[in-house]
Design a protein around this ligand. Structure first.
Ligand SMILES: C[S@@+](CC[C@H](N)C(=O)[O-])C[C@H]1O[C@@H](n2cnc3c(N)ncnc32)[C@H](O)[C@@H]1O
Length: 456
């Protein structure tokens, strides 16, 4: 029985280590690589998928601490010529020993078959060093001692698992107590949310089909087409029939709020300026009862094709897709739009719960670059909308530079004003609303109205 558990874990740990190496090499996301590699196998093994998801996400979430432990005991792991898969195996093992309190002998048993197969026969030194590390790491490194020896921002970085610069940023912004709470919440599991496709069904119907298939959901109190997943007993919701048939979309509650805030009507002409892969586009189409017109634009032509796929899945037909740069979009015949959504590219700092790899890649400079892009996309939106028309601006970012501050700049420069001061489920902040982890992803949203023609 125990041997079987070790054998299963060996497979899960090795798969996870390979995924982490590919994530590092490609700069892509853990979930992207993990699902790609999983489906390549063509063997449905839900347990393996869950194990790999757990090891990749939880190790990466704590990467600063895990790497600090390894650097203290076996620094050569970070040499350029050290095999990347073995480095990631050691990262996962460190997570298991230090955080899950697994016994070193069990971890050694998990690693043995992998190391024997994967480390070149003649590389005896590496093999020995790996096992010495596994047996010694617990006695050489005491987590609590390491944390108590750290001070100030380093301590916050070790206890909340965030880069030091980010800890400083949030302490300056919110004060220590609230910053710590926010950073800790970034590590907590987020509920799964579903958006019901009301063009094809209703919440009640979907909830009862899902229950029959072993997925338990509850109605969200704030939005009439949102469900919260309570339990995925037998299978993940992505393998359920309502998902396969386009009756539901996996979409965070905060992101579902956007179409409700935009509140497009069946007779409206709407632009979704940064639309791919089309989650919000199809939701907007849904609130318009599949009438009127939505022009969905995106600079990335490959991603723009995904809008088409999502339209097909959801039975949406009132959307035109255009692959173009939203900063320079001009409409023929001088036609102006009633409503426009700018769901802008951003740092993704609101999604660290599901994409922990991003917090180690982000730099203050990247945030500045995103903020400039957001500002110019929003200026373009102001020119496209008619006088009296409305603009919704949103980002899945926790940084005011990608939210409140952009709106202030736009309102100072153009004849636009912030309208509406609250949305259900969100917290009112300067110029808009915010949603926070752990309930939803971190998200900013603002609604503006153009009150006069802009004279440049
Ligand atoms: C946050 S994602 C949009 C998600 C989408 N609204 C949804 O709900 O499915 C941002 C998108 O902006 C696109 N983008 C980046 N720069 C752009 C630009 N200059 N013009 C138009 N789209 C852009 C990206 O390709 C990406 O698809």
């Amino acid at each position: 029985m125990f041997g079987k558990r070790i054998g299963d874990l060996s497979k899960g740990v090795f798969f996870a280590a390979k995924v982490l190496s590919k994530v590092e090499e490609s700069g892509s996301s853990i979930r992207n690589i993990l699902f790609k590699e999983y489906f390549k196998r063509r063997v449905e093994d839900y347990k393996l998928l869950n194990q790999a998801l757990h090891f990749t996400l939880e190790t990466t979430r704590r990467l600063n601490f895990v790497d600090h432990v390894i650097k203290t005991v076996l620094p050569k792991v970070f040499d350029e010529d050290f095999p990347s898969v073995i480095k990631n195996l050691l990262r996962i093992s460190t997570y298991q020993i230090v955080f899950l309190k697994e016994k070193p002998e069990d971890i050694a048993d998990i690693l043995k078959p992998i190391i024997l197969k994967k480390v070149r026969k003649n590389n005896k030194i590496i093999k020995e060093e790996i096992f010495t590390y596994i047996f010694k790491v617990r006695s050489l490194v005491k987590k609590e001692k390491m944390i108590s020896e750290a001070n100030g921002l380093e301590k916050l970085a070790f206890t909340t698992f965030h880069p030091k610069w980010m800890c400083k940023y949030f302490v300056d912004l919110l004060g220590l107590e609230d910053a710590e709470k926010l950073l800790r919440n970034n590590n907590r599991k987020k509920p799964s949310w579903l958006r019901v496709n009301t063009l094809l069904t209703n919440r009640q119907n979907v909830a009862s089909i899902l229950r029959e298939e072993g997925v338990i959901v509850e109605f969200d109190k704030d939005f009439p087409d949102v469900l919260r997943v309570i339990e995925e007993e037998k299978k993940p919701v992505t393998l359920s029939n309502p998902y396969k048939e386009g009756l539901i979309f996996i979409q965070d509650k905060a992101s579902c709020a956007v179409a409700h805030v935009l509140n497009a009507k069946p007779e409206d002409f709407v632009i979704d300026l940064c639309a791919a892969p089309g989650m919000k586009t199809t939701h907007i189409a849904q609130t318009m009862k599949n009438m009127g017109l939505v022009l969905a634009t995106d600079i990335n032509c490959y991603r723009a094709k995904m809008i088409k796929m999502n339209m097909k899945r959801s039975g949406v037909s009132n959307v035109e897709i255009l692959c173009t740069d939203g900063k320079i979009l001009e409409l023929k015949l001088g036609k102006k739009v009633d409503k426009i959504l700018v769901d802008a590219p951003c740092s993704g700092s609101g999604t660290f719960q599901t994409h922990p790899e991003e917090k180690w890649r982000l730099t203050p400079n990247k945030i500045k670059k995103y903020a400039l892009l957001q500002e110019s996309l929003l200026s373009s939106a102001v020119n496209l909308v008619k006088v009296g028309g409305q603009i919704v601006f949103s980002t899945c970012s926790l940084f005011p530079e990608e939210g409140e501050e952009i709106v202030t700049k736009i309102c100072n420069e153009y004849p636009v004003e912030v309208v509406e001061k609250g949305v259900r489920g969100g917290k009112a902040v300067k110029n808009g609303w915010r949603f926070y982890p752990p309930e939803t992803k971190g998200f900013f949203m603002s609604k503006m109205r153009k009150y006069a023609e802009h004279k440049s």
